[in-house]
Design a binder for this molecule. Structure first.
Ligand SMILES: *Cc1c(COP(=O)(O)O)cnc(C)c1O
Length: 381
């Protein structure tokens, strides 16, 4: 029998990811207050809750009173059902059923979002053949041209007495393309198209609810929130707006361990491709985190991190498991054994890291790898 490990998971990991569940709950409450009392503010937990861990995130939000959860596909829906068990909650699968998977939606009580005439027809056929009276959500496209019925398809189905026959639609859904930019004219256009489609839809289904807003959509004001809001990013501390101070609080802290520090005694190239030249006397720290951990390679030229509040730039290219930083300005006393470097936290937000890598906070979070030691700070009861 192997000897028991004497080290802790934290000792063994190269980097530590701390996820503040109380902050997630606080962000959800802020979104709820902003959306107003008549709006059901759910939680989008697709992509493993934006990389932060489906199970703990769902448990924290459910504990706070969140009743509606959204994922992208059926596999995520099954995982969500396993986490929620028989809890009193709505589970929505936004991509709807792939052909032949309708049965699993019904068996696991996953509400499908139906976006194409074919999905609607197939779901109707399935519901009729199996005597399933399960709710669905119909999605219309109002200007993003991604998923949803076109205006023509929607009108066609509305005018066809059999178009939506046999369905029990919970809601009509659409998605905003430019909500992160409040002044963008497409926001008002999409809202108008959505309002018009919803009032038409209600001629057939008087109780159908409306769902339009993601995180940024909630901040566009209560004219955009309707009955079901679907925030994701803002829950996880990503600023959903393209510009301006964030209204949500940070959720994630990421620190990595320093494996080695060296002083170079003559100017010398650093890292793959020798793209960076360290000047004579520079001090370099090699850190156990790289692009396999979600530190995007495009971050190399302008990325930086912090040691004890001191800013240190990336030296050369981010590699798979390691990144080198120029720590010439950091006293040796801050670089001893056990020293860590903060990549995301109080000194720089997930949005700051994203900007330096030429991307958005969403991509930084969902790129986070599986090698961290993850620590969850509990939601307050
Ligand atoms: C991902 C997604 C959301 C959540 O968007 P955020 O910007 O993260 O709040 C909402 N609705 C749909 C259809 C989505 O795909």
């Amino acid at each position: 029998m192997a000897a028991p490990l004497s080290s802790s998971p934290e000792d063994r990991a190269g980097a530590l990811l701390t996820i503040d569940l109380a902050a997630v709950v606080e962000n959800w409450r802020l979104l709820k207050r902003t959306a107003g009392p008549t709006c059901d503010v759910g939680a989008v937990v697709k992509a493993d809750a934006y990389g932060l861990g489906l199970e703990p995130i769902v448990a924290a939000l459910k504990g706070a009173g969140c009743k509606t959860f959204y994922v992208a596909n059926l596999n995520e829906g099954l995982a969500l059902r396993a986490v929620l068990g028989n809890a009193d909650a709505r589970l929505v699968v936004m991509h709807g059923p792939n052909p032949g998977t309708e049965r699993e939606f019904a068996a696991h009580r996953l509400i499908p979002v139906l976006s194409t005439p074919r999905q609607i027809k197939t779901w109707r056929g399935f519901a009729a053949a199996n005597d399933v009276l399960m709710e669905s959500i119909i999605k219309v496209d109002t200007g993003m041209n991604r998923l949803g019925l076109t205006a023509l398809e929607f009108a066609g189905l509305m005018n066809d007495p059999d178009g939506f026959a046999g369905l029990t639609p919970l809601a009509l859904m659409s998605h905003l393309a430019c909500a992160d930019t409040p002044a963008h004219p497409l926001n008002a256009v999409q809202r108008e198209r959505f309002a018009s489609a919803l009032s038409t839809f209600r001629l057939k289904f008087a109780d159908a609810r409306g769902s339009l807003a993601n995180s940024a959509g909630i901040f566009l004001g209560q004219g955009f929130t309707y009955d079901f809001a679907r925030p994701g990013a803002a829950l996880y501390g990503v600023n959903p707006l393209a510009e301006g101070a964030s209204r949500v609080i940070p959720v994630v802290r990421l620190v990595a361990k320093i494996l080695q520090v060296r002083r170079v005694d003559a100017a010398t190239p650093v890292g793959y491709g020798a793209t960076f030249r360290a000047p004579d006397g520079a001090k370099l720290a090699t850190v156990s985190m790289g692009y396999a951990d979600g530190l995007l390679r495009s971050w190399s030229p302008s990325g930086h991190a912090f040691i004890d509040g001191l800013k240190v730039p990336v030296a050369g290219r981010v590699s798979m498991d390691l990144t080198i930083f120029d720590v010439s300005n950091v006293p040796d006393s801050a670089l001893g054994p056990g020293a860590v470097i903060e990549l995301i936290g109080s000194s720089q937000s997930v949005d700051d890291v994203a900007r330096a890598a030429g991307t958005i906070g969403y991509e930084v979070l969902t790129a986070l790898g599986g090698r961290y030691h993850r620590r969850y700070l509990p939601a307050k009861g």
